[in-house]
Design a protein around this ligand. Structure first.
Ligand SMILES: CC(C)(COP(=O)(O)OP(=O)(O)OC[C@H]1O[C@@H](n2cnc3c(N)ncnc32)[C@H](O)[C@@H]1OP(=O)(O)O)[C@@H](O)C(=O)NCCC(=O)NCCS
Length: 205
């Protein structure tokens, strides 16, 4: 059985090592990291997936950001260990975290990545939403967790500067705190024999 849990400080080293393995060492030079530096993550949505031996096979993180007065959830990085890519684990973490985000009351999600991969989760190219340069506008993708959440939301994506983030989250509709509960999950593909390919590089972070 596999387990999905919110990331804790004790997991930090393993998650960073996984990201270093899956991305180039210069990953933090990407423009999207300017939106993350010094900003607390949305802890309830940062998830890790462990295999039955306890090894971290996949991880996903989220940060809060802003477009003008609008809150937006910045997805990424998401990574799956190279030995386990193409087995559905990335999809599992994506769906699990987005379900949690909806339950927490988040309305809109943003990421920079390959539309052919992320469209399966409902992401599509956003018009008029600008990430810090240099970012290919074709890779700026959004998802509505509530109908109409992206309508009229355009402009430059900026850092979440408000320190009272927790308080801000509590204002949001729905469940304010999802908690630290882990969930056991079946492997998404029971026919996995390790021979599948993930289909190439996927996304920025
Ligand atoms: C991208 C990543 C998270 C996907 O997770 P995964 O567990 O390997 O993917 P899944 O098993 O859920 O999905 C596999 C499917 O996605 C497709 N896919 C993977 N990358 C793709 C891409 N760049 N474009 C289109 N499709 C892609 C595969 O072809 C496969 O398709 P199928 O279901 O029709 O066979 C993982 O491969 C990874 O960590 N890659 C390196 C790091 C990275 O690029 N992360 C994204 C940063 S935000």
């Amino acid at each position: 059985m596999y387990e999905i849990c919110p990331e804790t400080p004790a997991d930090e080293y393993e998650v960073e090592a996984l990201y270093d393995l899956c991305f180039s060492p210069g990953r933090t030079a990407l423009s999207s990291y300017r939106l993350r530096e010094g900003v607390p993550r949305v802890a309830d949505l940062c998830l890790i997936l462990r295999d039955p031996s306890g090894m971290v096979l996949a991880a996903i993180r989220f940060w809060p950001a802003r477009i003008g007065p609008h809150r937006v959830l910045l997805l990424g990085p998401v990574a799956v260990h190279p030995t386990a890519q193409g087995e559905g684990l990335g999809g599992l973490l994506m769906r699990n975290s987005l379900t949690r985000a909806r339950a927490m009351g988040w309305g809109r999600v943003l990421l920079v990545g390959d539309e052919p991969y992320y469209s399966r989760f409902g992401f599509h190219k956003l018009e008029g939403v600008e990430m810090p340069p240099p970012t290919n506008p074709d890779r700026v993708l959004g998802l509505e967790l509530h109908d109409g959440a992206w309508v009229g939301v355009q402009g430059m994506v900026t850092r979440e500067e408000r320190p009272e983030l927790r308080a801000g989250l509590a204002e949001m509709a729905g469940t304010p705190h999802i908690g630290s509960a882990c969930s056991e999950v079946e492997h998404p593909r029971d026919d996995t024999d390790g021979s599948q390919s993930p289909g190439g590089a996927a996304a920025d972070q």
